[in-house]
Design a protein around this ligand. Structure first.
Ligand code: 0A1
Ligand code: ZN
Length: 849
């Protein structure tokens, strides 16, 4: 074990680059183990600095030669790069290096996936390709020549020439190196085109490996819809002659927004009804939009340094969420976004890995592609929009694009744009970027002489390195409902800025029921004692779809918490309210499906912990089972009719309408499954003509331990399809009973198809284990040990994925002493591993505190 922790870098230490890059030319001569990269870089002194010291980043590069203004030099190779004596004025740097894509299993820089060359340069991968000032505030136009015996040779920008075994590309838009991309291989394209708002024709190409052509239609449609939407909603037009997407099987993340040449994990772009679920289609549409939207929010305006990561990610997530809401159902999308936020970001924010949306320091930037930077960052944008209003929001965005186009900007620049554009003072709002942790919002009320008062109190718990928190500026959208169910006060945004603050509503005839935090107007945890009758009332009458759903969810949560703590559970209120809502045909099936879902086990564990109770994952799991069983019994008579109504009697389409019906149909099937021992599930499995049904039915069969035949059938149908086989692996772990989950996982790791170096496959298995809360936290401790074993094995091969997956352990402080001991010893064992990556070291050290 390395006793000395890797050193952090600090936002406060930022200094501008000494040298700027006017232009870069790169030549790649491809070879699996000995690719040559020649660079010619025109450097000019940065007038903003006085030092002319010269440093270029470089890692795992074999330097062949270097020259300045044509004269050969021998630079000083130092940790992480090189130094050289350079002239005091503009000069031309040349170098040639050798790299080995074939042996690059970390999937950063230039690597190979299934015989194809591809790159991943965000955040700091370009320094594994050539010596360069690999920092986002150095932006330059790139010319690229690729030589290689492969039919397709791609890079950023527009094509400028090609011939047998070579191709040249020119990207005129200055960009940081993290947006560089190169792809070479045997690929085929789905081609299309898009006419922009000013009438320019853009070629669109979606490249895949031969055999996957049939899975490209949906992605292409999503791309065109994104391009149109960005023009219509944000006035943003595309700026090159060509836009390309490439699907790659080995990829650490979902996708990457390289200028004009997006690279996608196959899981984030390939889609067909037979192989993809409705959830897959929806995710693909969102990710394609996300990467495309980065062209303006990320590429044209990039980040000055990595502390500003949320500048591009928070805003781009916000934009893709808006897009999905416009393409599908706004209410359903918002609910799903909040479920994801609570499941991932709240979990992070309430544990040892909590960090600011704009961190002050980090050890390894790869560890900061987090739910806080992305999803909480998006919530901050949403709050700003709520505070300034729709019209002012788009005016501010216009100013942002004109003022900062072509720049590497900061979060401070972003907030200042809003202040300058709207005239509002956002000093206090800035705290959202600098204070980690999820605020708790306590709500009390009183009613006297026609005046209704809401009393709020906010408190943000301590997080690592931040004991004391200042009050935040919280937009609280509130509506009031009268006793007869009519809305007596429509939505109003209350701006809370103090620790304690009250708001009054006059002229009311009777005490109303408040609907608080409509649309989930701020990422906070509302704490309010409320009767089951009131929750049921809101579930029936709230006009805000989010809060209508929230009322049902809170009711379910009350029931589950009471079951766990042995108190009286308001079961009948819940079941009756649920039955009324399910019968309500005016409600979107997708919404009803969401209302049938239960709060996550992690959410319940955090709620118990907040209330001073040590959560027992087994008890939480059992409470969920009891409630689902009670629901199945209560709704028994309704199930056949409703299920029949959810049948889709039309050819498969991945649209919101059909997907909603399938979602509710499958929720109902899970209930039926408890009563018929898998009969309906088997019938659906046998007739399924799409992956949503096939997988949903398989899950039900696994739940009642009747899945063996279906599993074998599934495998034989999809053996050659890696993405579908990922599902085959994940389902078995996700649906394993708590006491079996670790053993099922261990057995799967012995399967010849467990290709663990592939990030999707590794995540399918170990991601599913971490999400099977009762299985992961089973008292045997087997899942902890197994996960640690595999992370230790993975770390030297792919440090990014290993580090990210240590988050399975991040909630350890909530649990009892035995589990804490088992988890901390698993973490210490990881930390004691010789040569453990900086990434994993940082994560484990932060978790252990
Ligand atoms: N910027 C991409 C995500 C991404 C981030 C880091 C990567 O490697 C460490 C790869 C992709 C996005 O937001 O989509
Ligand atoms: Zn992004």
């Amino acid at each position: 074990m390395t006793d000395t922790a890797p050193q952090p870098i600090y936002l406060a230490d930022y200094t501008p680059p000494n040298w700027l890059v006017e232009e870069v030319s790169l030549t790649f001569v491809l070879d699996p183990r000995a690719t040559r990269v020649r660079s010619t870089i025109r450097f000019t002194p940065n007038p903003a600095t006085t030092s002319r010291d010269f440093f270029l980043h470089g890692e795992q590069l074999k330097l062949i030669r270097a020259a300045i203004d044509g004269a050969g030099i021998t630079p000083e190779l130092v940790d992480g790069g090189l130094k050289a004596e350079v002239p005091g004025t503009a000069f031309t740097w040349e170098s040639e290096v050798e790299i080995s894509p074939q042996t690059n299993t970390a999937l950063e820089g230039l690597y190979m996936s299934n015989g194809m060359y591809c790159t991943q340069c965000e955040a700091e991968g370009f320094r594994r390709i050539t010596f360069y000032p690999d920092r986002p505030d150095v932006m330059a136009p790139f010319k690229v020549r690729i030589e290689g015996d492969l039919p397709v040779l791609l890079s950023n920008g527009n094509p400028t020439g090609s011939g047998d075994g070579w191709a040249e590309w020119h990207d005129p838009w200055p960009k940081p190196a993290y947006l560089f991309a190169l792809v070479a291989g045997e690929l085929i394209a789905r081609e299309d085109s898009f006419t922009t708002m000013s009438g320019k024709e853009v070629d669109l190409k979606l490249w895949v490996r031969p055999g996957d052509e049939g899975k490209t239609a949906f992605g292409m449609e999503a791309l065109k819809a994104s391009m149109k939407w960005d023009e219509q909603v944000y006035g943003r037009e595309y700026d090159l002659d060509i836009f390309q997407i490439v699907a790659v099987s080995d990829f650490n993340m979902g996708a990457m927004e390289n200028k004009g040449l997006n690279i996608f994990n196959t899981s984030a772009v390939l889609a067909s009804s037979k192989t993809s679920t409705d959830a897959n289609f929806e995710r693909i549409e969102a990710i394609i939009a996300h990467e495309y939207f980065h062209n303006w929010t990320g590429n044209r305006i990039t980040c000055r340094d990595w502390f500003q990561l949320s500048l591009k990610e928070g805003l781009t997530v916000f934009r893709d969420q808006q897009f999905s809401g416009d393409m599908r159902s706004k209410a359903v999308c918002r609910i799903n976004d909040v479920i994801a936020l609570r499941g991932r970001q709240f979990r992070e924010d309430n544990g040892p890995l909590a960090h600011q949306v704009q961190p002050d320091s980090f050890v390894e930037i790869n560890n900061f592609y987090t739910a806080t930077i992305y999803e909480k960052g998006a919530e901050l944008i949403g709050m700003m929009k709520t505070l300034v209003g729709e019209e002012e929001y788009y005016k501010a965005l216009d100013l942002y694009f004109t003022r900062h186009d072509g720049e590497a900007a900061t979060i401070e620049d972003w907030v200042r744009v809003f202040e300058d554009s709207t005239g509002r003072d956002l000093t206090q709002f800035r705290r959202w970027y600098k204070q980690a942790g999820t605020p708790r919002l306590k709500v009390m009320e009183d009613f006297k002489d026609g005046t209704y008062t809401l009393h709020f109190e906010q408190e943000t718990p301590p997080t690592p390195g931040q004991d004391k928190k200042q009050p935040q500026h919280i937009p609280i959208a509130v509506g009031l409902i009268g006793p007869n169910g009519d809305e007596v006060v429509p939505t109003r945004v209350l701006e809370m800025t103090e620790t304690k603050q009250s708001f009054t509503f006059d002229g009311l005839g009777a005490k109303p029921t408040p609907s608080i935090l409509r649309h989930f107007s701020a990422p906070v945890i509302v704490q309010r004692d409320s009767s089951p009758a009131e929750r049921a009332f809101l579930l029936a009458h709230d006009t805000d779809p989010f809060n209508k759903w929230e009322a049902g969810r809170t009711l379910a949560k009350d029931v589950l918490i009471a079951m766990v703590t042995g108190e009286d559970a308001p079961l009948s209120n819940y079941l009756e309210a649920l039955a009324v809502m399910l019968r309500d045909d005016s409600l979107d099936p997708a919404f009803r499906a969401l209302a049938l879902g239960l709060p996550g086990q992690d959410d319940l564990a955090q709620t118990l912990f907040d209330a001073g109770v040590t959560p027992d994952p087994q008890k939480i799991h059992r409470a969920g089972e009891t409630l689902k069983q009670a629901t199945a019994e209560h709704l028994h008579d309704l199930l056949p009719r409703l299920s029949a109504e959810m049948e889709v009697n039309a050819p498969f389409k991945p649209n919101a309408e059909q997907a909603g019906k399938r979602a509710l149909g499958l929720e109902l099937l899970k209930l039926t499954n408890r009563m018929d021992g898998g009969a309906a599930a088997q019938a659906l499995y046998d007739k399924a003509d799409n992956m949503t049904h096939r997988l949903g039915a398989l899950g039900c069969l696994l739940d009642v331990e009747k899945g063996a035949d279906a599993l074998a059938d599934f495998r034989s149908r999809f053996d050659g399809d890696a993405l579908v086989m990922d599902k085959w692996f994940a389902m078995q772990v996700a649906h394993a009973a708590p006491e079996k989950a670790a053993d099922v996982t261990a057995t799967l790791t012995q399967d010849p198809a467990f290709n663990w170096k592939n990030p999707n496959r590794f995540r399918a298995v170990f991601g599913a284990l971490a999400m099977n809360q009762a299985g992961f936290h089973h008292v045997s401790g087997k899942a902890y040990a197994l996960t640690a074993d595999w992370l230790i094995k993975l770390d030297p091969v792919n440090h990014q994925i290993a580090a990210r997956m240590t988050t399975a352990f991040e909630t350890w402080r909530r649990y009892d002493a035995d589990r804490q001991d088992m988890i901390t010893s698993a973490l210490r064992r990881i930390l004691a591993t010789d040569g453990l990556s900086r990434d994993s070291q940082e994560m484990v050290r932060r978790m252990l505190g």
